[in-house]
Design a protein around this ligand. Sequence first.
Ligand code: DI6
Ligand code: FE
Length: 412
Amino acid sequence: MHSVIYNCEKIWINARLATMDPQVKGSYGLLEDSVIGVQNGKIASISPMDDINIHEFRGEVIDAQGNILTPGLIDSHTHLLYGGQRSLEFTQRLNGASYEEISRAGGGILATVTATRALTEDELVKQSRPRLEALLNEGVTTVEIKSGYGLTVNDELKMLRAAKKLAAEYPFRLRSTLLAAHAVPPEFHGSADNYIELICKEIIPRVAAEGLADAVDIFCEKIAFSTTQSEQVFAAAQKAGLGIKVHAEQLSNSHGAELAANYSAWSVDHLEYLDEPGIKALKKSGTVATLLPGAFYFLGETKKPPVELLRQYRVPIALASDLNPGSCPLASLRLMMNMGCVLFGLTPEEALQATTRNAAIALGLGESTGTLSVGKAADMLLWEIDDPAQLACQFGATRLLQRIFAGEISHV
Ligand code: DI6
Ligand code: FE
């Protein structure tokens, strides 16, 4: 232990570590009065302050002054790349129209598809920067970004390339997801099966060959794609070696989550209408249940996801922003932590777990990030707080003293 810490490039001393590591006993996996050492962007050592002699250390010493370090926050479900905005629909919904009605009338996702197709890759990057910056500024260090507003081979590739550009510009870990099966594009109106065939035979293989996405997602819902179509997409994703995610059981129960679990999905997302057989399937496959309280709140939904049953079956729960122009234009994962507690009844500890460790698993990154553990990425946040529960309890005035990405203190 000693020799490792003395070989580190830098150490944070006098830190209280909310490790979120299940192997560390107690709430938040909290380790008081600790020192954490970083080498090559990774956590190389964690030990009690008493065990080290600072005067023998030659690297950089950062004094955390008794403040709390947590893992970097992980937003495991966003649609932050898009053109235009849809405040008109917000007003329409306030006047009584439903999300489904707007969608069926050609608004909704398809309105954003038109706006996104009209942009060049660079314009798309430019319009999306403020949303990404909002997440990063509040302590998000890993962001999943979905395509899904292009819906042609070229426009989906354009979106995924734009995501890569953002990743080259800003200090964060990108996971990108192909969501070509977000809506049936106008060119395929009345022939959704043909569009699914294009996705499976052309888009998925091409995206995999070019290394443009880590996972594939589909909107499995009455107003979008069927379970039969979903199964074809899952099979194609599996064949291409990509991870599987699904939007399921948001507006109705079509058993998409259970189906995705049978394909060893990383996560199934939304889940307001998830039932017990679905939960059993998630348990069996180790799939994460991702809850999106922002969309629930913004659409004024009343049916809540089955949190108590998920707990009983010990299915890992993640919380994500679902940041998108229609059902959740709210660029704050911290707000989602608060909503996860207030609207869905999670505890503050569950909310932090849901945006660190479990969110990492939902992105197939469970081995590399999400907890403060030796060997994982040094993605860490130093907060001026007394209790980690404050991260879910309060909103808008919590001082983030340092945002550390891959061992570097990074300002966005
Ligand atoms: N479910 C959602 O909540 C978003 N996509 C999806 O499949 C909504 C996307 C939008 O309205 O633009
Ligand atoms: Fe979504």
